[in-house]
Design a protein around this ligand. Structure first.
Ligand SMILES: [Zn+2]
Length: 324
């Protein structure tokens, strides 16, 4: 029987666990809510249970897994195996690696969720044909990860790949990180929703007001629907977000000269309507050779990206394909 690996994706709302072969063939999976408001012990209990159940469904046990990895919100102190801070879980300085090791009686690898997702797409998804890859996730926030020559690049503090906090508008709105005009505050799903809400409040879009459930809380999805139906204001909002996204992608292309950029996250559901103008903007702002050598693709692993990313971390990812 093939060796099996455990990968757990710890999110703000759910814990998604997969047991799979090194090739990424899923043999068992299980999902439980994170319910972080009920405290650390509760969430931890769900993590422990979800790996045990996924292993059982794969016809094995946690003890028999070849390796286990957990993708968790960062930043992470990798040496100590401690989650430094995870605001969406209300966690601060949680020694997750030792807590899980004690519960599972098994070694556990920890990785930042965006890094794990990057390695997942690199190993099993849209990045599998490339040697170097940048992963960009656009959802409520904007995150990213670098995989160079088959290895995650973490940086000096384990905080590399914070694509969402590139400044794209010097005098833009304040980001939660303290800076102004970060890519995340200008182009994330949250930003689309905020701009939509502002447009409805100002009476600029009748269609958007009709589409949304709550005029005080317009969603990115509402903006996308209104734009697709031809609403000029919603289209302007998408164009603006795409322009900022393109500024960010152009900077990444010049800085990293990657073989590929893989775009994932909820906003990738908006699809080409967001990505095409972003790519056009990136082209205007990057070296022609670097732009031409960079494939820009949508992510392929969908909801499983975090858990399959953790599997990739557990297996060590894949050997990079030598560029000929
Ligand atoms: Zn920021």
């Amino acid at each position: 029987m093939a060796e099996l690996y455990g990968g757990l994706d710890l999110g703000g709302t759910k814990i998604y666990t997969i047991v799979a072969t090194a090739g990424g063939e899923v043999r068992g999976e299980f999902e439980l809510p994170s319910e972080a408001d009920r405290g650390l012990e509760h969430t931890l209990g769900h993590m422990v249970e979800s790996m045990e159940e996924a292993a059982k469904r794969a016809g094995t046990s946690v003890a028999e897994l070849a390796a286990i990895a957990v993708a968790a919100p960062g930043p992470i102190d990798f040496k100590a195996g401690v989650i430094t801070a995870a605001p969406n879980l209300g966690w601060e300085k949680v020694p997750l690696r030792s807590l899980l090791k004690r519960a599972w009686h098994h070694e556990v690898l920890l990785e930042n969720d965006a890094n794990a997702a990057a390695l997942g797409e690199y190993t099993y998804g849209a990045g599998r044909a490339f040697c170097d890859m940048v992963y960009v996730t656009v959802s409520t926030g904007i995150g990213g990860g670098f995989v160079f020559d088959g290895r995650i690049y973490r940086g000096a503090s384990g905080a590399a790949g914070e694509v969402g906090h590139i400044t794209v508008e010097p005098n833009g709105p304040r980001c939660f990180c303290g800076n102004r005009g970060c890519l995340e505050i200008m182009a994330s799903g949250t930003a689309l929703g905020r701009l939509g809400t502002e447009a409805v409040a100002a009476g600029h879009s009748e269609m958007l007001r009709e589409i949304c459930d709550d005029p005080a809380d317009v969603k990115a999805r509402d903006v996308a629907i209104a734009a697709a139906r031809g609403d000029p204001v919603a289209n302007e909002i998408l164009d603006e977000a795409a322009r900022y996204l393109g500024i960010g992608l152009g900077s990444l292309i010049n800085l990293v000269n990657p073989e590929a950029i893989v775009v994932g996250g909820g906003a990738s559901k908006i699809g080409d309507r967001l990505l095409d103008p972003a790519i056009a903007e990136a082209k205007r702002r990057s070296f022609p050779q670097s732009f031409g050598d960079c494939a820009i693709r949508f992510a392929e692993l969908g909801e499983r990206v975090g858990a399959l990313g953790a599997i990739a971390v557990a297996t060590g990812g894949r050997t990079p394909i030598a560029s000929s």
